[in-house]
Each structure stands twice: as structure tokens, then as C-alpha cells.
Design a protein around this ligand. Structure first.
Ligand SMILES: O=C(O)c1ccccc1N[C@@H]1O[C@H](COP(=O)(O)O)[C@@H](O)[C@H]1O
Length: 220
């Protein structure tokens, strides 16, 4: 699925503290997610997301995660973090995802019967499909899904998510070959509390997976 580059991009999601943002960047994250979903244990306000996003250096992308937010809530997020990529993780129809006129990731809550090809067709302007496990509460559940549910030929980049951690991400990258991986629970020491050592281990594991993929490709 990622024939162009052996460098899998890394998004770390659900950051709430300055030190965690700095540690995620130091660890090598390409994107940092801020959860603007009030029911999440990782929720931040738009203003707080703005403060945290201002710490990011060039070439590290802030991502604003929404679950069934109103247009005003999305606008408030974008006013605070104008350069953000949007992540829609609820039941938003395509027109709600395109209405802000911004690049976005469309989350798919993976379970038997989910038709990813149909979802991709309904979101031709999504930058990527983000594949998460189907969990209660929409996401951030630390639960993996069955990667064999991903059909061949998804016509857009795939972000692999759902229960990844420093141990499982190597298999995930090697099996799915996603454009990027996204992690939240798997780099936390407690619900909603990121752990600098785990974020470092996660990013190192992704680089290890990339090296193995490159080695496997060279051998074929
Ligand atoms: O992080 C949350 O609290 C959250 C809440 C509601 C929807 C999505 C959420 N996070 C996203 O969930 C996936 C999987 O996270 P995990 O690694 O299994 O904990 C990830 O894409 C987060 O961006």
C-alpha cells in the first residue's frame, strides 16, 4: 500500500501537555493529534490545542480530531490552529468533512462488513483513510482490529491505527505497509497520560519496521 517510500509516517494522538508535545517531536513524530471531542479522556479545548500546536517546529503537522462536531466547533478549532489537518472520527457524512474546505483524514471504524472501497469512493477528497478498531466511544480504545479486513486496492493512502504499541507496530507496518501509523493508548502510562519513553520506543519500532520492509524488498 505504500510503494513510494519505506519511511512510514508517524502520528501520535491525544496530547494534552507541553512536555508530551516536546517529547513526541523529539521521538520523531511527523504529526501530533489534539482531540477536540469533549467526551475523550484526552480532550483539549480549541484554545489549548492552539497553545500546544504553537510549540511544533516546521514540518510537524498538527491534527485536530473531531467526533460529530458542529461547524462552529470546527471553525473554532481552525481559528486556534489554522494550519491543522482535520481528522473526522465520528459519523460525519462526506459533505460535513469537505465543508471546512481543509485537508482531512476520514476514520473508518473497522469491523466485519465495513466496505473500505465504498468509503474511499464516498470520500474522494480525503487525504487518507485512517483505520481504527470499532470500539465504544468512537476511538482511542487501545483495541486492534483484524488487518485481513483491509481489502487490496484501497485507492488512497492508509493510516493504520487501533491498539498499536511499540511491540505490535512492527507487524502492523510489515503486514499492512501503510502510509502512516497513528497511536494513542499504546504510548500512555495511564489513560490520557503520554509516556516519553514509550513514544520513543514506538518511533524506534516504526524505523525498525521500515528497515525490515526495505530489506525484504531488496531481497525480492
Ligand atoms: O484518542 C481519543 O480519545 C479518541 C476519541 C474519540 C475518537 C478517536 C480517538 N482517538 C483516535 O483513536 C485511534 C486509536 O487510538 P488507540 O491507539 O487505539 O488508543 C487513533 O487514531 C486516535 O487518533
Amino acid at each position: 500500500m505504500n510503494p513510494l517510500t519505506p519511511r512510514t509516517r508517524i502520528k501520535i494522538c491525544g496530547l494534552t501537555r507541553e512536555a508530551d508535545v516536546d517529547a513526541a517531536v523529539t521521538a520523531g513524530a511527523d504529526a501530533i493529534g489534539f482531540v477536540l471531542y469533549p467526551k475523550s479522556p484526552r480532550a483539549v479545548t480549541a484554545a489549548r490545542a492552539g497553545d500546544l500546536a504553537r510549540r511544533l517546529p516546521p514540518f510537524v503537522t498538527p491534527v485536530l480530531l473531531f467526533v460529530n462536531a458542529t461547524a462552529d466547533e470546527i471553525a473554532a478549532g481552525l481559528a486556534a490552529v489554522p494550519q491543522a489537518l482535520l481528522q473526522f472520527h465520528g459519523d460525519e457524512p462526506p459533505e460535513a468533512c469537505t465543508a471546512p474546505g481543509r485537508p482531512y483524514l476520514r476514520a473508518a471504524r473497522m469491523a466485519p462488513g465495513v466496505d473500505l472501497l465504498d468509503l474511499a469512493a464516498r470520500h474522494p477528497s480525503a487525504q487518507a483513510l485512517l483505520l481504527d478498531a470499532h470500539v465504544e466511544g468512537y476511538g482511542g480504545g487501545g483495541k486492534a482490529f483484524d488487518w485481513s479486513l483491509i481489502p487490496p486496492g484501497v485507492p488512497c493512502p492508509v493510516v493504520l491505527s487501533g491498539g498499536l504499541n511499540p511491540a505490535s507496530v512492527i507487524d502492523g507496518v510489515m503486514h499492512v505497509r501503510p502510509w502512516a501509523v497513528d497511536v494513542s493508548s499504546g504510548v500512555e502510562s495511564a489513560k490520557g497520560i503520554k509516556d516519553a519513553a514509550l513514544m520513543h520506543c514506538f518511533c524506534q519500532a516504526v524505523r525498525e519496521a521500515d528497515a525490515r520492509v526495505a530489506q525484504a524488498s531488496a531481497g525480492t
